[in-house]
Design a protein around this ligand. Sequence first.
Ligand SMILES: [Zn+2]
Length: 252
Amino acid sequence: MTFPDGQPTGSFAGPFDADVEDPKGSDASAQRGRPAGGEGGAAPAAAAGAGPDLPPGPLDQAAVLDLYLAAGALRRGHFALSSGRHSDTYLQSALVLQWPRLAEALGRALAEPFAGQVDVVAAAAVGGLLIGHEIARELGVRMVFAERAGGVMRLRRSFALRAGERALLAEDVVTTGGSAGEVADLVSVAGAAPVGLAAIVDRRPSPAGGPLSAVALARVAAAAWDPADCPLCQAGDAPESPGSRRLDGHPP
Ligand SMILES: [Zn+2]
């Protein structure tokens, strides 16, 4: 699969710009992958800082990947991830979810298969907060989140689950399924029942893995290696660390 250039226009001001800097310096706003589809004038709105256009059709794989590309939230190259691993793919859902209308639409699409089957949405902070809340809004249920403290995932803030509640887990991107599994364990310990996992993007090499059935709007093939095994490093390339840019705009 090839990905068209789809970087943001550069008209955004503020810290997000540092993370979406296009090393090729392209002016790809005119080449975005998916046309606005009959809504003339939408592209100029994006150029003015309103964010990527929502596609007119369903939020299927192609539409979601176009949104991510347009927001600079999906890039190909050589990246040092915050986990310490190196990858040929960088995904940063916050660059899509910073636009509430996009978050709302993605949440609605993810909620649809679970309508009437969920009593509460549970997610791990920080990645699952925005999309989990939007899914819960659409389902008309509450949303609780777990936080990692001292290496242990916990429900804090007096959040409580009741025995028998049906809990939908939510994540922005499923990388290994590990965080969702930890939240599922918390849910189970509380006596509630995990009923599934909803994610915008599934980047696991084997999506079928894991104890929970997962619904994802898009799947992305992404390689990841321990730095010592990274073929891109071995080829002499230096990785970018897009997730660790300092917010004051100065390089670390
Ligand atoms: Zn590397």
